[in-house]
Design a protein around this ligand. Structure first.
Ligand SMILES: Cc1ncc(COP(=O)(O)O)c(C=O)c1O
Length: 356
C-alpha cells in the first residue's frame, strides 16, 4: 500500500493547500534598477557579500548545490535556519491541533515533542525496543488513526544507533501518512541516507543539517529532502527571506570543500578511544554502540557525577529521565585533549563514589 501523491496531498491542512502565498519582491527579479522592495540602494558588504539587498527567497544557488551534492532535483530540497526551522514547517503543513496528532519514537531528540506542544498537537508516544530499534509491525498495529506524521531519528539522539532500514521501509510502504527521518548525524555512521528511497516513497521526508559533520552549527543551516509536492507547501509557509545571503553562500561553499569541516575521521577515531576509555572505568556499567558523534553510557549517581563534572567546567548531558535511559549520560566527542580530561575526571569521580 505505497501512499500515492493525491492521497498524501489530503494530509496537508486545507488552509495551507488553498493558501495564496505572500508574493515577495525578490522572487523573480534580482538584478536591475531595484526600486520595488524599499531596500537601501547603497551597496554595503559584509565579508565580501552585498547585504543591502534582500536574499534570494528561493535559495536558488544553495538548492542547486545541495541537489547536485545529493543527486536529487533542486525541487526536492529546501533549507531553513537549522533543521529546527524545518520542523516548524512540518507542523504548519500537516498538523491541525483540533484533529491531528504526531507519533514520536522514544527515547529521542526532544524538539519533536516541544514543537508538538508549541503547536498544541497531541503526541502518540511509541517506545523503541530495548535495543533502541524501531519495530515497524508493532507500530503499525498500535498507531491511532489520527496520527499524520511519525518522527524517526537515525542515527538516533541520544541512543546513537542507526535505525534498521528495513523497519523504516516497512512503515513507509504500509502506512499512508508522513514519515520524517531526521539524519542529523548520518555522516558519522557510514550508513546510506534514506533519501535514495524518495522515488519509491513519496511519504518520506528526510531532514539533514550543516550543524554536525559540516561543523557549522553557528551558521544555522539545515534542510529537508522531500517530494516536490511537499517542498512547494514548505515554500508557502516559510518566512520569505528565512535564510540570509551570507548563510546561503556559506552553505554552497561548504558543499564544495573536500574537507567538510567537521573532521569526521578524527571524531570517529576519538569516538573509538573514548568508547574504550569508558569501558575501562569501574562504575560504567554499559557503553552503547554509536553511529554518531556522541556516546551514551550508563553509570550510577548520574546527577552527582554530572554536577561534579560541571563544577570542573566539563559539560555532559544527563539523559536519565528519558524512558529506558535510567542512569544514562550522553557525552559529545570533543577534541583529543577534551576527551582525555573528561575520561580522567569521570574515572576520578566514579572511583570516589565507589570508595565512599
Ligand atoms: C537529531 C537532531 N536533529 C536536529 C538537530 C538540530 O539541528 P540544527 O542545528 O540543524 O537545528 C539536533 C541537534 O542537536 C539533533 O540532535
Amino acid at each position: 500500500m505505497t501512499a500515492d501523491r493525491q492521497q498524501l496531498r489530503r494530509l496537508v491542512r486545507p488552509n495551507i493547500r488553498n493558501l495564496e502565498p505572500y508574493s515577495c519582491a525578490r522572487e523573480t527579479v534580482q538584478k536591475g534598477i531595484l526600486l520595488d522592495a524599499n531596500e537601501s540602494p547603497y551597496p554595503l558588504r559584509r565579508h565580501g557579500t552585498l547585504v543591502n539587498r534582500y536574499p534570494d527567497p528561493y535559495q536558488r544557488e544553495l538548492r542547486g548545490a545541495l541537489a547536485e551534492n545529493l543527486g536529487v532535483d533542486p525541487g526536492n530540497v529546501l533549507a531553513g535556519s537549522g533543521s529546527d526551522e524545518t520542523l516548524d514547517w512540518i507542523f504548519k503543513v500537516f498538523c491541525d491541533s483540533r484533529k491531528d496528532s504526531v507519533a514520536v519514537a522514544h527515547p529521542t531528540y526532544g524538539m519533536y515533542q516541544v514543537m508538538a506542544r508549541i503547536f498544541d498537537v497531541p503526541v502518540f508516544e511509541f517506545e523503541l525496543n530495548q535495543d533502541f530499534e524501531f519495530e515497524s509491525d508493532r507500530f503499525l498495529r498500535v498507531v491511532p488513526d489520527n496520527v499524520n506524521v511519525l518522527f524517526l531519528c537515525s542515527p538516533n539522539n541520544p541512543t546513537g544507533n542507526l535505525l534498521n532500514r528495513d523497519e523504516i521501509r516497512n512503515v513507509l510502504s504500509n502506512w499512508d501518512r508522513i514519515v520524517i527521518v531526521d539524519e542529523a548525524y548520518l555522516e558519522f555512521s557510514g550508513g546510506e541516507s534514506m533519501l535514495h528511497e524518495l522515488n519509491e516513497f513519496p511519504n518520506l521526508i528526510v531532514m539533514r543539517t550543516f550543524s554536525k559533520a559540516f561543523g557549522r552549527a553557528g551558521l544555522r543551516l539545515g534542510y529537508v529532502i522531500a517530494d516536490p509536492v511537499f517542498i512547494d507547501y514548505f515554500v508557502r509557509v516559510k518566512a520569505p527571506y528565512n535564510l540570509n545571503t551570507m548563510t546561503q553562500l556559506e552553505g554552497v561553499e561548504a558543499l564544495s570543500s573536500p574537507e567538510q569541516g567537521g573532521r569526521i575521521e578524527q571524531i570517529l577515531n576519538e569516538r573509538e578511544r573514548v568508547m574504550k576509555g569508558l569501558k575501562s572505568i569501574p562504575g560504567v556499567s554499559a557503553v552503547f554502540p554509536s553511529d554518531a558523534n556522541f556516546l551514551l553510557f550508563r553509570t550510577s549517581g548520574t546527577e552527582a557525577v554530572c554536577g561534579k563534572l560541571l563544577s570542573e567546567g566539563i559539560v555532559v548531558r544527563n539523559r536519565s529521565s528519558l524512558p529506558g535511559l535510567k542512569g544514562c549520560i550522553r557525552v559529545t566527542i570533543g577534541t583529543a585533549e577534551e576527551n582525555s580530561l573528561f575520561l580522567e575526571r569521570l574515572r576520578h569521580h566514579l572511583e570516589a563514589q565507589n570508595d565512599g
